[in-house]
Ligand binder design. Structure first.
Ligand code: GRF
Length: 193
């Protein structure tokens, strides 16, 4: 029997290593989702070429021509997602603060991965902040997307130790490995309800 899998679009702005982790996870026969589209607001995003090489449909919708009208850019993104029959949206290093339009359009069906143990350190520079605070643990969080940046309901977290001598770079690399395990599992959990 062929399993019906949820159609997921991944939104990226950069290298797309979490996107790649989702694509790899979707290759498992029992994975409840498939990646049907990788979309970027940056035409030059490295992750687009990586997705394309894996045979996944890609699309760039540059935000620049939309200027300050963030909602108009989101309406263009939303139209493409719907056209592709997308059911869930996974943000993976998508460096745009979303308006209520896109968040509400995908409420309960849009997930994000963040490199900290939320509610600690929403926003940028999470690893430097964790090191400067002297935290024993850092980590990552998969959460539903709501209008408040990095504030949505938490689906799952992974704790990662901060090691003496860690720099933001070394800590980030260790957390990223955890992200790559956490994100596919959290998306599968969301899709399975
Ligand atoms: C990750 O650390 C993710 O948690 C954050 O942005 C970074 C994206 O990295 N939201 P990548 O593009 O998935 O490699």
């Amino acid at each position: 029997m062929t399993q019906i899998r949820a159609k997921v679009a991944v939104l990226i702005s950069g290298r797309g290593s979490n996107m790649t982790a989702l694509v790899e996870a979707a290759k498992a026969p029992d994975c409840p989702f498939e990646i049907v589209l990788v979309l970027s607001n940056k035409p030059e995003a490295e992750g687009l070429a990586i997705a394309e090489a894996s045979g996944i449909a890609t699309m760039a919708i540059d935000h620049k021509p939309f200027g300050a009208d963030r909602e108009a850019h989101e309406r263009a993104v939303d139209a493409v997602l719907r056209e592709a029959g997308v059911e869930y949206v996974a943000l993976a290093g998508y460096m745009r603060v979303l308006t209520a339009f896109l968040v509400e359009a995908w409420a309960g069906r849009m997930i994000n991965i963040h490199p900290s143990l939320l509610p600690k350190y929403p926003g940028l520079d999470t690893h430097r902040r964790a090191i400067e605070a002297g935290d024993a643990d850092a980590g990552c969080t998969a959460h539903l997307v709501t209008v408040g940046v990095d504030e949505g309901p938490i689906i799952d977290q992974t704790r990662v130790p901060v090691i003496a001598g860690d720099t933001p770079e070394t800590l980030s690399a260790r957390v990223l490995e955890a992200e790559h395990r956490l994100y596919p599992a959290a998306l599968a959990k969301l899709v399975r309800g």
